[in-house]
Design a protein around this ligand. Structure first.
Ligand code: WT7
Length: 656
């Protein structure tokens, strides 16, 4: 089993104490120290965050209000003037860090590049001027659709520097998905590359941008900036498209950071929910800067000697918070890798760790499970002794994978931080602090100081020890999303009304199930809504259904997740066809390809099953629970009395 089951984690009795040598030099050195911090933050969260904001960040002007909470809308450090690119770059230039490696890049195939803080600052300033000269203004939204190359980070920081918001779209998303996001965000420019390297092949990013912008459907986009990466030759539309390197070399390196209001928009990042349309998660400047700074510092215990590597893509929140902003705000060395583990190069991650002496390594359980399968001879053949801390993110980690990570990669000496958080939370929420908290394989342990997390029933009451419930947060925190871009109502409905506010007490509803054990440890049980998690990527079942029904042969579709050993979950689609369409292998292929075209390869269904009808309640709701049972080959469990037509179930069962 890949997902931790209740049985497996109830029997999980192993506890791993932080190694003494680690604790001694860590920021937070003991459980008592964590407890004190936690208690102090809980007693007065506003004071706790205010003190840290004063001590840890540079502000051009001080705020007038630390927290303005008009549920569910929060403002942090309102009136304060700040620029996150200043905190990530300029302030390090007056210290010895000026010539320290800020960004180490390991590209494919075999390229590499290191930028010091001074060099990164220069590139960012120049590119900020490029954007300005093209007319990009404070308050504009800029689309970024890039491979994992330094220019992706430079583009993000340059936007932040001039006060333009970025919306990074993962390079694996299709032209359709890119178009939807550019339209919703009203983007005025797009930054891309001619192509990117992905698993030994070129991803034609610029072609996709051309498709997304075809026929003038995104009239707001005036300029497209193109990094020359793969040199395979691309169409350049005159007046609209510009080569990055041509404009960059003419641009001045003098570009002071724009003083932004703490609550000015920093970025919009789209994520899937339980409805058809991805939502634009809005993050603002000051609170996000503070929250990613503090979580990077304490959770990764970032020291000046660290070489820190997070394997995520900058297209996801993990890349935003823990490749770019958090590490650079701390003056750390952050590593960026363009490659991905694959059968043709099963040791690539371990090569990178050995080559650069990586000390802190952060990856996803799905990657760990893939490595287990490839065999431990690959990591064993490399020198991984530089590692001192390991992290995981994206989905629950099964105890077997945790133990392998601990033993084979961590050499039994590295603490593991299992970090639970979301695009919406901006940064880590439930995670151990590595020098302080004893870990249990499969548990994300305790909330970060200042985070008042709880497990509750639908009325908002805390549930008992080892009882399952909904994961919520009881107090606003600086890194929280501020709204859904352009849709305050959806923000309120999605996150704050599932559990009705009692006496004006609003609870943030995360969409995950959880349980706390007798020691207070949190165990995350996975999504409780129609969101599935495939290889750590979050997908809405309705989004995939909409893609399927947009194909002319499809009448109706229902998508569910099926447990998978490597990916966590796999996509299974149940489809009914329009009158004349015939269910055959070619149609299966065509429908899978159609979903890839609408969303991207990450949403490709593993299985498509045809049927005459879908199981529905008398009020017409598809009973996904039954489909989930069928997809995973389990007996149909629970109540089926509300099923409208019982014969549907028998037919579906026969068909499978
Ligand atoms: C969902 C958020 C946060 C960056 C990556 C994904 C699941 C995330 C864990 C973890 C158990 C986890 C949750 C969450 N998740 N980390 N350590 N243990 N589940 O961000 O795409 O916004 O997805 O990922 O279900 O709600 P995201």
């Amino acid at each position: 089993m890949s997902q931790p089951t209740i049985e497996s984690i109830l029997h999980e009795g192993r506890v791993f104490n932080p190694p003494a040598a680690f604790s001694q030099q860590a920021y937070i050195k003991s459980l008592e120290e964590y407890q004190q911090l936690f208690d102090r933050a809980k007693a007065n969260p506003t004071k706790f965050w205010e003190d840290l904001a004063t001590k840890e960040l540079h502000w051009f002007e001080k705020w007038h209000t630390v927290l303005d909470w008009q549920p569910p809308f929060a403002k942090w450090f309102d009136g304060g003037k700040i620029n996150i690119s200043y905190n990530c770059l300029d302030r390090h230039l007056t210290t010895w860090r000026k010539n320290k490696a800020a960004l180490i890049w390991e590209g494919e195939p075999g390229d590499s590049r290191t930028l010091t803080y001074a060099q990164l600052h220069r590139e960012v300033c120049q590119f900020a001027n490029v954007l300005k000269h093209l007319g990009v203004q404070k308050g504009d939204v800029v689309g970024i659709y890039m491979p994992m190359i330094p220019e992706a980070a430079i583009a993000m920081l340059a936007c932040a520097r001039i006060g333009a918001a970025h919306t990074v779209v993962f390079g694996g998303f299709s032209a359709e998905a890119l178009r939807d996001r550019l339209i919703d965000g009203k983007a005025t420019a797009v930054i891309t590359a001619d192509g990117g390297w992905r698993k030994d092949a070129i991803v034609p990013l610029k072609d996709q941008v051309d498709k997304a912008l075809a026929d003038g459907v995104v009239p707001t986009v005036k300029n497209v900036l193109v990094v020359e990466r793969t040199k395979q030759g691309v169409h350049m539309e005159s007046g609209r498209d510009h080569w990055w390197h041509e404009l960059q070399k003419q641009a001045s390196a003098d570009c002071p950071a724009e003083p932004m209001n703490s609550e000015d928009l920093l970025f919009v990042l789209y994520t899937s929910g339980s409805t058809g349309k991805p939502k634009g998660v809005v993050h603002t400047t000051g609170g996000y800067n503070l929250y990613t700074h503090m979580t990077t510092k304490w959770v990764f215990d970032i020291q000046d000697t660290d070489v820190y590597w997070c394997t995520a893509d900058v297209g996801w929140i993990t890349g935003h918070s823990y490749i770019v902003y958090g590490p650079l705000s701390n003056g750390a060395t952050t590593l960026m890798y363009e490659g991905a583990p694959r059968a043709s190069n099963p040791g690539c991650f371990w090569d990178v760790i050995e080559k650069y002496g990586v000390t802190v390594f952060y990856t996803a359980p799905t990657a760990i499970r893939a490595f287990i399968k490839m065999g431990e001879e690959h990591p064993n053949a490399r020198d991984l002794s530089s590692l001192r801390l390991l992290g995981t993110v994206g989905e629950p980690i099964n105890p077997e994978a945790w133990m392998w990570y601990h033993r084979v990669i961590g050499g039994e000496r590295c603490p593991i931080v299992d970090t639970w958080w979301q695009t919406e939370t901006g940064g880590h929420m439930i995670t151990s602090l590595p020098g302080a908290v004893p870990t249990k394989p499969g548990s994300a342990t305790f909330p970060f100081p200042g985070i008042l997390a709880d497990v509750v029933d639908l009325d908002g009451n805390s549930v008992g020890t080892n009882e399952g419930g909904y994961l919520v947060v009881r107090h606003p925190w600086p890194g929280m999303m501020r709204t859904v871009f352009g849709d305050d109502d959806r923000f309120r409905r999605t996150y704050w009304e599932h559990i009705a506010p009692v006496d004006g007490q609003y609870l943030y509803f995360a969409g995950d199930g959880a349980r706390r054990d007798e020691d207070g440890y949190f165990w995350i049980m996975g999504r409780v809504d129609d969101v599935i998690n495939v290889s750590g990527h979050r997908l809405g079942t309705m989004e995939i259904e909409s893609a399927l029904v947009s194909h002319p042969a499809v009448a109706e579709a229902a998508v569910v997740g099926k447990p998978d050993e490597l990916k966590g979950e796999e996509i299974v689609a149940f489809v009914t066809l329009e009158g004349t369409a015939a269910p055959n292998d070619d149609l299966v292929k065509a429908l899978k390809q159609h979903v890839v075209g609408e969303i991207g390869a990450l949403a490709r269904p593993a299985e498509i099953r045809f049927s005459d009808a879908l199981p529905k309640t008398r009020s017409g709701k598809i009973m996904r629970r039954l489909l989930r049972n069928l997809a995973s080959g389990q007996e149909v469990s629970g109540d089926t009395s509300t099923l409208e037509d019982r014969s549907v179930l028998d037919k579906l069962r026969e068909g499978s």
